[in-house]
Ligand binder design. Structure first.
Ligand SMILES: Nc1ncnc2c1ncn2[C@@H]1O[C@H](COP(=O)(O)OS(=O)(=O)O)[C@@H](OP(=O)(O)O)[C@H]1O
Ligand SMILES: [Mg+2]
Length: 349
């Protein structure tokens, strides 16, 4: 089964949605968010979700969609809805042909936009074709002007087949040093993609025609003491104390790189870092499938292994959450077992 069309639509949909998020950030930096007093995250989330769902529904009308937002809040607040609508209406790819022929052109009205946003209400599950969307992952990073990602994954019968991550603030250069900093903002914007069984690639996140992707792969490490690892910025999302202990036991001497969003998965997939640890803080929190679907496939297709802290593969067939998993350990396949063993010792699981 080829997923060439799904991949192309997903990449272009992510390109276009990322353009909208950048516009929202630029407006908020200039203080021109005006019109409604909603946060840039709310505006960007709704707008990007609407644009992605529009592209999916044009191309794959029968597919189900799991997305983070529902339109109720916009239906109650017309000034907010109007603001989002102006952005959605005004955001197109520079590549007219791709915009029209692949994405199917603009959304026709504010009401159509609201209905599209509400199409992300699938319960998920183990059968059929289901897309998972996180329009702005790493909302805190987005607000800080740091790392965030526009994320889209296609699951078929619970298995991720296509994954695309648009990371507007990561360097284009796969060899750039791992850092959450965005420097002066130049040379930024990358799309990571993967199709099951076909490997992972990176290409610049432009708004024009898609460049040929470059094959990416995880770094081959044999000596963990030279490894670098990344984790969440927010201490409430991943236990940083446990991570420091694990790193010490593995002999890792470099400080962790704290980065928001699935940009962490993309970064290790291209060998800019080696390990991503997401260690449960709360006993009851269930990870959301849209926070992991694309990243999980991209890392595995780049030569990595991704499990939870109990060593189980992430199970995307349980519904909107990873109900049967706890935490995430992503590392090059050759050292994943070694990392997992130490994680389990430290967490006593
Ligand atoms: N308690 C708890 N534990 C684990 N994860 C949680 C928790 N609460 C929220 N979230 C989800 O974390 C998503 C962001 O993850 P990040 O790795 O980007 O974290 S961080 O922003 O660096 O802190 C974030 O995604 P976004 O909301 O899209 O930013 C949430 O879905
Ligand atoms: Mg998220």
């Amino acid at each position: 089964m080829s997923y060439a069309k799904e991949l192309l639509v997903a990449q272009l949909a992510v390109q276009r949605a990322a353009r909208l998020t950048k516009q929202v950030f630029a407006d908020s930096a200039k203080g021109t968010v005006s019109k409604s007093d909603a946060s840039p995250v709310t505006i960007g989330d709704f707008g990007a979700q609407a644009l992605i769902i529009a592209a999916l529904k044009k191309n794959f009308p029968d597919d189900e969609i799991v997305a983070e937002e529902e339109a109720a809040k916009l239906r109650e607040d017309d000034s907010l809805a109007e603001h989002v609508w102006n952005l959605v209406k005004g955001t197109r790819l520079d590549d007219e042909k791709a915009e029209k022929e692949v994405l199917g052109g603009s959304v026709q009205s504010k009401d159509e936009m609201l209905d599209l946003i509400d199409k992300g209400d699938s319960k998920g599950g183990r059968s059929g074709r289901i897309w998972a969307i996180d329009p702005i992952d790493g909302t805190k990073g987005f607000l800080r002007g740091g790392q965030y990602a526009v994320c889209l994954g296609l699951m078929v019968d619970g298995d991720v087949k296509v994954g695309v991550l648009g990371c507007p603030n990561l360097p284009v250069d796969d060899a750039a040093e791992l850092s959450a900093d965005i420097g002066n903002g130049e040379g930024r914007g990358v799309i990571f993609s993967a199709v099951q069984g076909e490997g992972a690639t990176s290409r610049p996140l432009t708004t024009g025609a898609l460049e040929e992707g470059k094959r990416i792969g995880m770094k081959k490490i044999t000596d963990l003491s030279a490894a670098s690892f990344c984790e969440s910025v927010e201490a409430g999302h991943s236990n940083q104390g446990d991570a420091a202990q694990i790193a010490q036991k593995l002999g890792i001497t470099r400080p962790s790189v704290r980065m928001d969003s699935q940009a962490k998965y993309g970064s290790i997939a291209r060998g800019a870092g080696d390990i991503y640890l997401r260690l449960p803080v709360s006993k009851t929190y269930q990870e959301k499938i849209w926070d992991h679907a694309a990243g999980d496939l991209i890392v595995r297709e780049a030569g990595g292994q991704v499990t939870d802290v109990l060593g189980r593969r992430l199970d995307f067939g349980h519904g909107r959450t990873l109900a049967e998993n706890k935490g995430v350990i992503a590392a090059p396949a050759a050292v994943h077992d070694q990392v997992l063993k130490v994680v389990q010792e430290v967490l006593s699981v």
